[in-house]
Design a protein around this ligand. Structure first.
Ligand code: AMP
Length: 406
């Protein structure tokens, strides 16, 4: 069964096609600058070289039409015709409290996803546009929604209720939701497989460290806490997001600099984090290249500070979740930084032997670029693993499972 996976952002459409009979990735690509001048599609069929084509797409529907065109292209395509697409799986960022699992998209589900726009005003609208475009172009193809939030719906109230008047939860469902759920779910399952232990018996801390970053505490197969909250702004210091700060500072800075709500929102989400501290770049590769000596020689001490703050915050959450879980069996690193940065993994895990975490420096140094493995010493009580994430595969698997049952 061939399944198309779509991840629609505000001006981008990421896609992958899987043949789920073999769990094989057939093609993947990305449309960028949807609705802006200079739209292009990058496409890769199997292991063939990537190609880039300039296109015109004034909205997501036109962008998706280009995706379907290239997927049926005689040269670059993977389908003879569109009838071969048996289902479409969508990444949907926010499912609120309604969705603890992935679901077949019906009229009622669409309405519920629309209700969640208030929780994720930047993310859910483009996700909805992708669903509506497929419904218009391929009206008979079943669609499935896979939510970033659903894996964390098992969190208990002590973890998800804020210290605010309770009426905000009762009236508006203001609470912590957590994100990156598909990734935390995927890598924690994979960790159990690598350790050859039953998932339901393990306590795992997963660190999804990319441009957006979060840590999750997973007890016996269920997420019991995670660092992102009502929005993906809470928790770790990220590429451009501030993570946890004293909320009084929002008021203070707005007053002092006479900022509007939108300007403050941009400051917290796009100008803070690694970029804001380093005053240079949100890309950790830039900061790591000269860490630590060359950055000092280049008069960039704040690059070092930004990396160290990033790692320190991850470390603090690991410590907190060790307490929440009463110790853990495995610590998992994933996503762009987690998979590729021995420097960050070393900064995070250094001097944690009291908690049972001990990295083998050689294994740590050698594990990157899509490799998975155990990077801890033989005597470490906690196995520290690197596991490349694959959110698209999770979406395809959930879609396959739901559509097969139909
Ligand atoms: P993601 O959001 O998962 O795509 O991750 C993006 C982040 O991963 C960016 O900050 C990249 O700089 C970072 N990244 C990718 N490759 C490396 C690498 N080799 N070393 C350090 N950071 C990396």
């Amino acid at each position: 069964m061939k399944i198309l996976v779509l991840n629609c952002g505000s001006s981008s459409i990421k896609y992958q096609v899987f043949d789920m009979d073999y769990e094989a990735l057939l093609a993947k690509g990305l449309v960028e600058r949807v609705g802006i001048n200079g739209t292009f599609i990058k496409h890769q069929r199997g292991d063939q070289p990537k190609i880039t084509r300039d296109i015109e797409a004034k909205d997501h529907k036109e962008g998706i039409q280009h995706v379907l065109e290239i997927l049926t292209d005689a040269d670059q395509g993977v389908f003879k015709n569109l009838d071969e697409i048996k289902a479409v799986g969508h990444r949907v960022v926010h499912g609120g409290e309604k969705f603890a699992d992935s679901v077949l998209i019906t009229h009622e589900v669409l309405e519920a996803v629309r209700e969640c726009v208030k929780f994720a005003p930047l993310h859910n609208p483009p996700n909805l546009k992708g669903i509506e475009a497929i419904a218009a172009i391929l009206p008979n193809v079943p669609q499935v929604a896979v939510f970033d939030t659903s894996f964390h719906q098992t969190m208990p109230p002590v973890a998800y209720i804020y210290g605010l008047p309770y009426k905000y939860y009762e009236q508006d469902r203001i609470r912590r939701y957590g994100f990156h759920g598909t990734s935390h779910r995927f890598v924690s399952h994979r960790a159990a497989q690598l350790l050859q232990k039953p998932y339901e018996k393990l306590k795992i801390i997963t660190c999804h460290l990319g441009n957006g970053a979060s840590v999750a505490a997973i007890k016996h197969g269920k997420s019991v806490d995670t660092s992102m909250g009502h929005t993906p702004l809470e928790g770790l210091v990220m590429g451009t997001r501030c993570g946890d700060i004293d909320p009084a500072l929002v008021l203070h800075i707005m007053k002092k600099e006479n900022l509007t709500i939108d300007e403050m929102d941009t400051l917290l989400n796009k100008k803070a984090g690694i970029l804001g501290i380093s005053q240079w770049s949100s890309d950790q590769r830039d900061l790591e290249d000269g860490y630590p000596e060359q950055n000092l020689k280049n008069n960039k001490p704040l690059a070092n500070l930004a990396l160290e703050i990033f790692a320190y915050r991850v470390r603090k959450y690991i410590g907190a979740y060790m307490a929440v879980l009463n110790g853990c069996d495995a610590l998992v690193f994933t996503a762009g930084v987690g998979e590729n940065s021995p420097i960050i993994r070393d900064l995070v895990c250094r001097d944690m032997d009291f908690l049972g975490v001990k990295l083998d420096p050689e294994k740590n140094k050698k594990t990157w670029r899509g490799a998975e493995g155990d990077i801890s010493t033989a005597d470490a009580r906690v196995r520290t693993l690197v596991v490349p994430t694959n959110e698209e595969l999770v979406i395809a698997e959930d879609t396959y499972a739901i559509v097969r049952k139909k």
